[in-house]
Design a protein. Structure first.
Length: 678
């Protein structure tokens, strides 16, 4: 690279960093971050206000009431919503004049969600091209509220990706209509616009069929027996989604994952009889979801015995006026044979000319509470800076193969709300500095733009946890301040490294985070601390924690985050895991809790208990005033064992308030405190 080119690159990086620094410090807690915001002097006082809008009038009236205002036709303060006929060109011209970055991401695929929001002392102007844009402007206004006023500003905004959503597998683990509405309502405030409803599985068929009522009888279900959604409830949820500008994608999984169908009809879906019944069911599904443009048909993880099954079903569904979505890997589609592919697993691949939704590394049921969130937030969706006709966006998936016995636990175990806020910010902004499998779960390097972005996101997310998500299952606490020193090269189990090892020797590398993977659950697909981790080796980690006083604190700790897709056995009583992990605080060993359940036979249908730290109370720990030494012994053994199929070589350690709701304030983590306190 020539010297002049190097200078230009440095200038670009510096400008980007300064621009980000100024933006986030001005924007405070907005999530997701808008494309552009200019703060102006003055404020719009909340009180009586006039409302002039051609769209979403009821929603605007409700919103004004929610923020403490009142609609009054005589008020001089006014909200004016204008739907402009050629809004994309208008916004493009304004954005160009105001030098809004990333103008190339304002594509035809996302222009219907764009908006301009201007707040002055007496007027709030919303300019958009569709009701969607007006609705997202309303959500931004909701976050601009500061007690009894809205700060004056001018915002130009649009999303990077068209699809920004989440999926629940309600067939394996039933979720009530009330809970689904609660999630859709609050996530739409963060511009999440897609709900993927996985309605059928081996365990149960959850959508009422009036023609075949035996499909949803208790005897044909293996879990949450007798629980299903009536057609009226399904239509109710579809309309609820529509009110919140959320696209509902129903999924009827065919021909695999269909044991519930087989139990009810005593035939395989791919048989002549099965296809005839299935077409009748599809007629009902298309009628129930008449306002949804898509029907997802699965087609993954199955042996195809009838080569005509998938093509005939796609043709039939399209004849009903629906676009068809399918998983990949699944059926081997060619261009024109399917309308959307949803990529899952590392083997999912985009096919030229077929739009894709990215879900490859976005399975929350395998995520831990801390480390995986870093990879999620820093990732480039579809490995693209922004969406296009071929790359539509992302859906985070929750597959509860392992039984969880409450809706709150389904959300907290899968770190649902923190992950959804992370993807809300990332899928709206675009960008990211890695695909999930490039740098994996490791913290970005300090003093970089990427590090500053994550720290700022964490700050904004935790503000929303405190102010918006009160009463919601939301276990994440601040982790960006934690520092750990980890053995650079692990000794094998025959090594001589002892618990009282001299920490001053330079064979440890310092990393950040409340959760650290030495080897990821997906093995070498997702890079972790060790580039080439080896079985039957032992690592060590330590830090020093400074406490400003003698105090009791809570401790979150785990060494194996149990996936919600596995039927692993709980640890033996008196041990942390099957690897022999141990932890000492100020030379006093921390003993594990009593594990509940304590079964010895593996099963997906034994409820996951307190194996993961988010499902048990923090351990009460005494920290003395001054520096407290934390030492971890981290053996691995085999990467897969009879007790635990997918070993996570990892640890989670975080000092929290005794109720577990926040990171303990005023603590300093520094493994090298004896060199220099930072």
């Amino acid at each position: 690279m020539k010297s002049t080119e190097r200078i230009l690159v440095i200038i670009v990086i510096c400008v980007a960093f300064c621009s980000f620094y100024l933006t986030v410090n001005a924007q405070n807690e907005l999530l997701p971050l808008p494309k552009s915001i200019i703060w102006n002097n003055g404020k719009f006082d909340i009180g009586k206000m006039n409302l002039q809008t051609p769209v979403l009038k009821n929603q605007w009236v409700d919103f004004i009431s929610e923020i403490g205002g009142e609609v009054s036709a005589t008020s001089s303060r006014t909200i004016v919503v204008k739907v402009l006929p050629d809004f994309p060109n208008y916004l493009r011209k304004v954005a160009y004049l105001l030098q809004v970055p990333d103008l190339g991401s304002l594509t035809s695929q996302v222009s219907d969600e764009a908006y301009r929001l201007t707040v002055t002392n007496k007027k709030i102007y919303v300019r958009c091209g569709t009701p969607k844009g007006a609705y997202w402007a309303m959500q931004t206004l909701r976050q601009l509220r500061n007690e009894q006023y809205l700060k004056n500003c001018d915002i130009i905004d649009w999303p990077a990706f068209k699809i920004r959503g989440f999926m629940h597998d309600v067939a394996r683990s039933f979720i009530s209509l009330k809970e689904l509405k609660r999630e859709i309502a609050i996530l739409s405030q963060y511009k999440i616009n897609t709900f993927h409803w996985h309605l059928t599985e081996n365990s149960a068929w959850r959508l009422e069929s009036k023609e075949y009522p035996k499909l949803t009888t208790a005897e044909n279900m293996t879990r949450f027996k007798g629980k299903y959604y009536t057609q009226k409830e399904a239509q109710e949820l579809m309309l609820f989604c529509k009110e919140h500008q959320v696209l509902l994608i129903p999924e009827i999984d065919i021909p695999g994952h269909s044991a519930a169908f087989t139990r009810a009809f005593d035939c395989n879906m791919q048989s002549h009889k099965g296809m005839k019944i299935l077409k009748s069911l599809i007629d009902e599904v298309c009628e129930v979801f008449d306002e949804s443009p898509y029907l997802h048909i699965g087609t993954d993880e199955v042996k195809f015995t009838n080569p005509f099954f998938v093509p005939q079903m796609v043709t039939y569904i399209r004849s009903k006026g629906k676009k068809v979505i399918s998983w990949d890997p699944g059926w081997n589609y060619q261009q024109g044979e399917i309308d959307l592919l949803q990529l899952w697993s590392s083997r999912g691949k985009a096919v030229s000319g077929i739009p894709v939704i990215d879900s490859k590394f976005y399975y929350l049921n395998h995520y831990d509470t801390f480390a995986d969130l870093i990879a999620l937030y820093t990732s480039r969706i579809c490995n693209q800076n922004h969406g296009s006709a071929d790359f539509t966006g992302v859906i985070l998936c929750v597959w509860n193969d392992r039984l969880l016995d409450s809706e709150a636990k389904m959300l907290s175990e899968n770190n649902f709300y923190p992950c959804m806020l992370a993807i809300a910010d990332r899928s709206w902004q675009g960008g990211g500095y890695q695909y999930f499998d490039k740098s994996g779960t490791q913290f970005p390097k300090e003093n970089t733009l990427e590090f500053a972005q994550f720290v700022d996101f964490e700050r904004r997310m935790l503000w929303h946890k405190a102010h918006v998500f009160k009463g919601y299952p939301f276990k994440y606490v601040k982790q960006s301040h934690e520092k750990w020193a980890i053995l650079e090269e692990p000794f094998d189990n025959k090594g001589n490294l002892k618990q009282d090892f001299d920490c001053t020797k330079k064979i440890f590398r310092v990393v950040r985070g409340g959760g650290i993977y030495l080897r990821h659950v997906w093995g070498l697909l997702v890079p972790s601390f060790y580039k080439k981790p080896k079985e039957n080796s032992t690592s060590y980690a330590y830090t020093y924690v400074y406490s400003p006083k003698n105090q009791n604190v809570g401790l979150l700790v785990e060494f194996q985050n149990y996936s919600r897709s596995e039927m692993d056995l709980p640890p033996k009583q008196g041990t942390w895991d099957y690897k022999g992990s141990r932890i000492w605080i100020s030379d006093k060993e921390v003993v594990p809790p009593v594990w509940v359940p304590n079964h010895l036979v593996k099963s997906h249908d034994i409820v996951l208990g307190n194996e993961n730290c988010v499902s048990r109370s923090p351990i009460k720990i005494f920290l003395k005033e001054g520096w407290n030494k934390i030492w971890l012994k981290l053996p691995i053994g085999k990467f897969s064992t009879p007790e635990v199929r997918l070993q996570k070589w990892m640890f989670t350690v975080a000092f929290v308030t005794l109720d577990g709701q926040e990171a303990m304030p005023n603590l300093i983590y520094n493994p090298n405190h004896f060199e220099k306190t930072k």
